[in-house]
Every structure is written in structure tokens, then in C-alpha cells.
Design a protein around this ligand. Structure first.
Ligand SMILES: [Zn+2]
Length: 87
């Protein structure tokens, strides 16, 4: 997203304020061209997180962990219960 567009959208003070900021997550300088939409910019103004890290933080919903656990209920001690050598 273009910086002029965001200034026109009323983020002038914010733009001046955060222009030298760095992302607290990745430590990289904020690149305003990375912000995809106004929502991402507002999130950045609140949290200071760059677009890249926002994608990481807010993409958790997309990760579906439907892997089934292969539960093996084998509580039989078997040979390990044998203590015959300990005389
Ligand atoms: Zn970042």
C-alpha cells in the first residue's frame, strides 16, 4: 500500500510517528508498501507489528491440525516386569 494513500486516509500523524519504527517481532524496519490494507495498517499502529509478522500471527486459523493420534494403550509390562536376575 502506498504511503501517500495512507496519508490521504488520515494517518498523517501516525505515518510521521512510526516512520522510523522497527517491527518488535522481526526487528526489521517497517515497510509501508508491505501493508495490504487499511486493517493491517491500523493493526500496525496499535501493535507496531509489520505486515509480514501480522500474517504469521493471524494465520493460525488457517492451520488445521486434524492429524489423528495413534493411541497405543499398551500397559502390559511384559518382560520388563521380570526381575529374576536380581537375587
Ligand atoms: Zn515483523
Amino acid at each position: 500500500m502506498n504511503e501517500d494513500i495512507m496519508r490521504n486516509a488520515g494517518f498523517n500523524d501516525e505515518m510521521d510517528n512510526v516512520n522510523s519504527n522497527k517491527c518488535p517481532f522481526c526487528g526489521k524496519k517497517i515497510n509501508f508498501d508491505d501493508f495490504e490494507d487499511e486493517l493491517s495498517l491500523k493493526e500496525f499502529i496499535q501493535s507496531g507489528i509489520c505486515q509480514h509478522c501480522q500474517n504469521d500471527v493471524f494465520s493460525e486459523d488457517n492451520e488445521s491440525d486434524d492429524r489423528e493420534y495413534n493411541i497405543n494403550e499398551d500397559d502390559d509390562p511384559g518382560i520388563w516386569g521380570y526381575d529374576g536376575d536380581n537375587w
